[in-house]
Design a protein around this ligand. Structure first.
Ligand code: ATP
Ligand code: MG
Ligand code: MG
Ligand code: MG
Length: 470
């Protein structure tokens, strides 16, 4: 029997508990007290105060499975086998406790002894100057030297500005030639889906100062991240993360709604994968208190939801459907994330309301955009004027990336500078109209929704904002 995604999560956390780690629950997707980040995008992100020594961790060894959102990966979703905007990151962390020797040994033990992945399918990348780690892999762990690849700073050195940073070492699984791009130089590090990076071990051993010097830390840290969906994809021997047991059930539910069979047509498959990914992000974002809006996190949510809604249209699904898929997402993940069940009525209502709202304008918006595209074609042009993109945004609720995606399907683009100028003008009008009150009122509305859980009031906040912005 193949290991399920939920079982793999448990095996990982239990393994690191057996190595003296404290298991902590996932932190919310909305960063707590960290203004530098819109959404949590890695297991280490909510633990930063411990890495920076600003707070004392509850234990020097911690293990988590962290909900993550990476919107920059949205362009890959549905096209590569391994990217989602939502995913879970497994991690083990050392705050000035163990270091490279232990982490490399335990990583190998977990994947070859617990998961029993054959060594001849594994590859390891190291930072080219990090001889210490090469020695540990080869002499201490027993990895064959010809399975180690040396990569530069771009790939295998982790740093953001100044502060703690260091080299990393990534573990890859070779899925076989049939998944390769076929190029003669296809190898570890290639963008194709043959060699899948599934675990990144980061050794934060330096503190980079203002002058660019790398000073060795007296108590270096360990931060690792393993994509749960990716390792499940490997363990289950399926083609992409979308075919992993729990995720496949969401995809199948979407295919049922569209009366389609997955695997029959490339374009409809891409749409099914996009919907599957975006409904996962949407459900988790709403559950963590994000509401659709035109700014910040709320806009990330709105873009994901509306993009998924449009892909539903492409598949011929009539009317709101995402709120029904939300049920499947909650069923698949509620064991690990009981908040999904607790918040479920709320989640469903937020998604349904946003869907219904977009449903009122999407058909008309698509019709208008089609008209613009036909007109451009007739004139042999490929760039949509900013005013037209702005009208689609402002009147029909088309996020700019949605307009761009549809245009790209006809090899066209938007005049983005003109669009941005119109957006800036609208924003400053809105800002002077509302003063500084808006943000505070917004926070309060979110609280009211969570505490008063009898009446849904969240959408009023969205309405208010839309009115102010409009
Ligand atoms: P890639 O090069 O494949 O985009 P990455 O180097 O950006 O991955 P890391 O930042 O090292 O990824 O994150 C640690 C791990 O999290 C990765 O090794 C991978 O298993 C997982 N991961 C990263 N991004 C995604 C994603 N968009 N979807 C699913 N899993 C991901
Ligand atoms: Mg990446
Ligand atoms: Mg990478
Ligand atoms: Mg990486």
């Amino acid at each position: 029997e193949k290991l399920g995604l939920n079982e793999i999560r448990e095996k990982f956390l239990a393994f690191f508990e057996s190595k003296g780690h404290l298991r902590l629950p996932s932190f919310p997707l909305v960063p707590q007290g960290d203004a530098s980040l819109l959404l949590i995008n890695a297991g280490m992100a909510p633990l930063k105060p411990y890495f920076l020594g600003k707070e004392t961790p509850p234990s020097k060894r911690v293990t988590t499975c962290q909900k993550c959102i990476r919107t920059p990966d949205i362009e890959c979703v549905g096209l590569t086998a391994r990217h989602g905007t939502f995913f879970e990151m497994l991690g083990n962390f050392s705050f000035g406790d163990y270091f490279k020797k232990e982490v490399t040994q335990w990583a190998w033990e977990f994947i070859t002894k617990v998961l029993e992945i054959p060594e001849d399918r594994l590859w390891v990348s190291v930072y080219e100057e990090d001889k210490e780690t090469v020695d540990l892999w080869v002499k201490n762990v027993g990895v064959s030297p010809d399975r180690i690849v040396y990569l530069g700073k771009e790939d295998n050195f982790w740093e953001i500005g100044t502060g703690p940073c260091g080299p990393c070492s990534e573990i890859y699984f070779d899925r076989g030639e049939e998944y390769g791009c076929g190029k003669p130089d296809c190898a570890v590090g290639c963008d194709c889906d043959r060699y899948v990076e599934f675990w990144n071990l980061v050794f934060t051993q330096f503190d980079k100062d203002e002058n660019g010097n790398y000073n060795r830390l007296a108590h270096p840290n360990i931060d690792t991240g393993m994509g749960l969906e990716r390792i499940a994809c490997i363990m289950q021997g399926v083609t992409s993360i979308f075919e992993v047991d729990t995720i496949r059930r969401i995809l199948d539910a979407a295919a049922d709604m569209a009366k389609l069979t997955y695997g029959k047509d490339r374009n409809t498959d891409v749409s099914l994968r996009v919907i599957t990914d975006h409904i996962r992000s949407t459900v988790f974002l709403v559950s963590d208190g994000v509401l659709p809006s035109n700014e910040g996190r709320g806009y990330v949510l709105r873009r994901l939801l509306r993009r998924a809604a449009r892909h539903g249209k492409l598949l011929g699904i009539e009317g709101p459907f995402l709120y029904r898929l939300a049920r499947v997402v909650a069923n698949e993940s509620r064991q690990a994330y009981p908040e999904l069940e607790r918040n479920f009525n709320y989640i469903e209502k937020v998604i349904k309301t946003e869907e219904e709202r977009f449903d009122e304008t999407i058909d008309q918006g698509l019709e208008i955009l089609k008209g613009y595209i036909d007109a451009l074609k007739a004139e042999n042009k490929t760039e949509l004027p900013g005013e037209q993109a702005f009208k689609l945004y402002d009147t029909y609720g088309f996020p700019i990336d949605l307009t761009k995606e549809i245009l790209a399907e006809s090899d066209m683009q938007v005049d983005e500078n003109a669009f941005k100028e119109l957006m800036d003008r609208q924003r400053s009008r809105a800002r002077s109209a509302r003063g500084d009150m808006e943000d505070a009122a917004w926070e309060e509305d979110i609280f009211a929704v969570f505490e008063g859980n009898t009446e849904f009031t969240g959408y009023d906040a969205v309405e208010t904002e839309a009115v102010v912005l409009g």
